[in-house]
Design a protein around this ligand. Structure first.
Ligand code: HEC
Ligand code: HEC
Length: 454
């Protein structure tokens, strides 16, 4: 199978292998089978830990395993005794149950995987082993917080919750609508001086500590130790946190993950991002990744998802793309690069391009490129190798019709483009957040997607 006259098969395999190593797609099979014959000794936990956890958390627990460089946020230093997701008072250690939960559910939106297949015995061994990394567990006792009474969603007072969200200053970091764009969100750092972002509370897939109201209550009562997210335990009676938690929960939006974007046929096409017709059109959520490395470390990109809608008629298709970006760039003084979006159509039979992160390669084909930047606020189209020639206008480009609007931490971009004479188009996207210093090859990107005309 690895022998092929033209080396193509080997080439493809190599590409796949390089790609998976680069992007951490390989996950190692769980070798949980040995649980039965092992008792809960630190030694048993050590074996599991070294097989499953050490590549990130390090053999010594310090959070600097071989994969740690590729990861943002960084794996926890388990020797520090500082834990984020607890049901215990701020500055206190987690309960064993908190650690069970973290390990079995994982921390969505971070690299920390869910180890659902571990048995209870294995979890116990692991928890005992990771606790042995920090002296604190033998010295201090965790102090659980009182969670107050859950009124249930039917009795939740959303108005009161919203008022509390404003009064307690959540919006200073998380933004008025939860899109991580509050005035204090810029320049936040964790207790080790590393940049950290306020959570985007609308993205329910990024809640690491659980997105249900009771988890949200726990976050507010316990704070997230080691980060700027404070504990509000002293701010008001525990009962009131439930109204606030139900309100925060209501800010979450439902994603519709897919790699196929279906375009619906329509006589006339909307010209504005705010056209009411959009509310009736299917929306697809596409995930974007940060696959760019600088000095061997991953560059943490801002944009992790875009929602896409599309309509077409016999001449054109139109796309509406929506993504969250906490700042509108370039800012007035033009000290930041512009926010931008690039879209690439990949015609059939042009050979292999693993993804946008490896395009352009030295012998890349020219592709049909669309590029919008918040600086020129123009949507340009050209046939090019790479985004730069289209972005800078170095090659002849056509200006496409469209519109971009920025509101409360969210871009909406409408692009109209002449129809392509096939039912299905392969495309990919790159998004730059200028406020995060993203420019040129530093951008988040999607994998190849399909636009299917219905
Ligand atoms: C692919 C990398 C990776 C692997 C493998 C991994 N972790 Fe993690 N882990 C992380 C990251 C990243 C974080 C921190 C996320 C954050 O700060 O939001 C984390 C955080 C944690 C935390 C801290 C949670 C808190 O409340 O602060 C614990 C405990 C933990 N991991 C245990 C484990 C155990 C046990 C294993 C193996 C069974 C494991 N991890 C495997 C990446 C990993
Ligand atoms: C000073 C800035 C700041 C303020 C004020 C603040 N937060 Fe946060 N919040 C953060 C940061 C930073 C994080 C992410 C921590 C991390 O990455 O580990 C966060 C995380 C969270 C999370 C966790 C999401 C998850 O991953 O599980 C919730 C929920 C949350 N905040 C809600 C609130 C609410 C509600 C308020 C007001 C009562 C509030 N925050 C006030 C900075 C803030």
């Amino acid at each position: 199978m690895f022998q092929s006259p033209n080396g193509l098969v080997i080439g493809i395999w190599l590409l796949i292998i390089i790609w998976s190593l680069e992007f951490g797609v390989w996950s190692f099979p769980n070798t949980g089978a040995c649980a039965e014959d092992q008792t809960a000794t630190p030694q048993a936990g050590k074996v599991l830990y070294e097989q499953q956890c050490a590549r990130c958390h390090g053999f010594d627990g310090k959070g600097t395993g071989s994969d740690a460089k590729r990861i943002f946020p960084k794996p926890r230093n388990l020797t520090s005794g500082v834990y984020k997701f607890r049901s215990t008072e701020s500055g206190s250690l987690p309960l064993d149950e908190d650690l069970f939960g973290t390990i079995s559910r994982g921390l969505p939106g971070s690299a920390m995987p869910a180890f659902e297949e571990f048995s209870e015995a294995e979890l116990k061994q692991l928890v005992d082993y990771i606790k042995s990394f920090s002296q604190s567990f033998t010295e201090k006792k965790p102090r659980p917080v009182a969670m107050g009474f859950d009124p249930g969603i039917a009795n939740a007072d959303f108005e009161k919750g919203k008022q509390l969200y404003n009064d307690l200053g959540c919006l200073a970091c998380h933004g008025a609508l939860g899109r991580a764009n509050g005035p204090s969100a810029k320049g936040l750092v964790d207790d080790q001086g590393r940049p950290i972002r306020a959570a985007n509370l609308t993205q329910r897939w990024t809640y690491r500590g659980g997105r249900d109201p009771s988890s949200i209550v726990a976050r507010m009562l316990t704070g997230i130790d080691g980060t700027p997210m404070p504990s509000y335990a002293e701010a008001m009676p525990a009962e009131d946190f439930w109204h606030l938690a139900y309100y925060v929960h209501s800010l979450q939006e439902e994603p519709h993950w897919n790699t196929v974007v279906r375009a619906a046929s329509s006589g006339s096409l909307p010209k504005s991002t705010a056209d009411p017709v959009w509310s009736t059109i299917e929306s697809t959520t596409v995930s974007l990744g940060s696959f760019i490395y600088k000095d061997g470390s991953v560059v943490p990109m801002t944009v992790n998802a875009v929602s896409i809608q599309s309509l077409y008629n016999d001449q054109e298709f139109v796309l509406r793309l929506i993504w969250d970006d906490p700042t509108k760039d370039p800012i007035e003084e033009r000290t930041t690069p512009p926010d931008a979006l690039g879209l690439v159509l990949k015609p059939e039979g042009i050979g292999d391009i693993g993804s946008l992160t490896v395009w352009p390669l030295t012998r890349s084909p020219a592709l049909d490129v669309i590029y919008w930047s918040a600086e020129s606020n123009q949507i340009r189209r050209g046939v090019s190798v790479g985004f730069a020639p289209v972005a800078t206008g170095k090659i002849p480009t056509e200006i496409l019709q469209g519109e971009a609007t920025y509101e409360e931490g969210r871009w909406s971009l409408l692009i109209r483009r002449p129809l392509i004479p096939t039912r299905s188009v392969v495309f990919a996207m790159a998004i730059w957040d200028g406020g995060n210093g993203e420019e040129r090859r530093v951008h988040s990107s999607s994998l190849w997607l399909e636009l299917a005309l219905q």
